[in-house]
Design a protein around this ligand. Sequence first.
Ligand code: SF4
Length: 278
Amino acid sequence: MSAAADAIASGALNGRVWFYSNYHCNLQCSYCLTESGPRVLRRELPGEVILDRAAEAEALGFTAFGVTGGEPFIRDDMPALVAELGRRRPTVVLSNATLLNERRLRELEPVADLPVHVQISLDHPDPVANDEMRGPENFRKVMEAIPKLVERGIGVRIATTLEDPDAVDPEQRERLCELHRSMGIPDEDHVVRPIVNRGRAATNDLGLLAGFEQLEPELTVTVDGAFYSPFGPTVRGGRLDSDLLVSRATAPLQRPVDALLRIADQLPDGHDASIGIR
Ligand code: SF4
């Protein structure tokens, strides 16, 4: 058994490998960890690199994949990439769901038969409150996209990101849950998570502080190197944060895995690694 497989089996390492496919996005949310937007550096991770690292991850015993950005579906090759990842391991792709036009939806149809979920951001049951953080018309576009995915049999999860999930008004939460249930998304596919104080969220003074001790170790591969968590490769003032970088080299994958495990081993027992991207 590889060191990674051992660590996954013992719970010391999350079995999912994340890929940051790109950093550009059609939106500019106020809490975006990566300061994404239409005109930022793209920092694209080439498709062949994603698939090569995924094959290595499989051989090392990783059990799942995740794709995030930026908005992954801004890339024309994303539907095929997600399908290929899903043929290897259960895969989740994080999306704002506002670029899922008929062509993209058609291209995505093959993932309906695979263990793939598109995880869509939806923060509030009221359009005005939702769009405050995510931009005009976001709520409407998300409400249109979800049924189109569901009717094609494509797995959908809803992710709600809040300043303080524990302080949310129960009535507001229930209305949001009624909304996703009405679209056929069960409660187990609704995740609620806190805003993390990095990237644009830090600039706007939002969210929880998160470092090694608050984050679950989840190997995260980007074009700039491998990070300890998908909350690591954030951008502030146009510069990539490197405090959670574990290795500039991502190949062979064993290298960042070893570096990440060395860091995880040095953390004090019982540290509260409670913030996960899902
Ligand atoms: S939070 Fe997501 S949807 Fe919003 S700007 Fe960032 S990458 Fe785009």
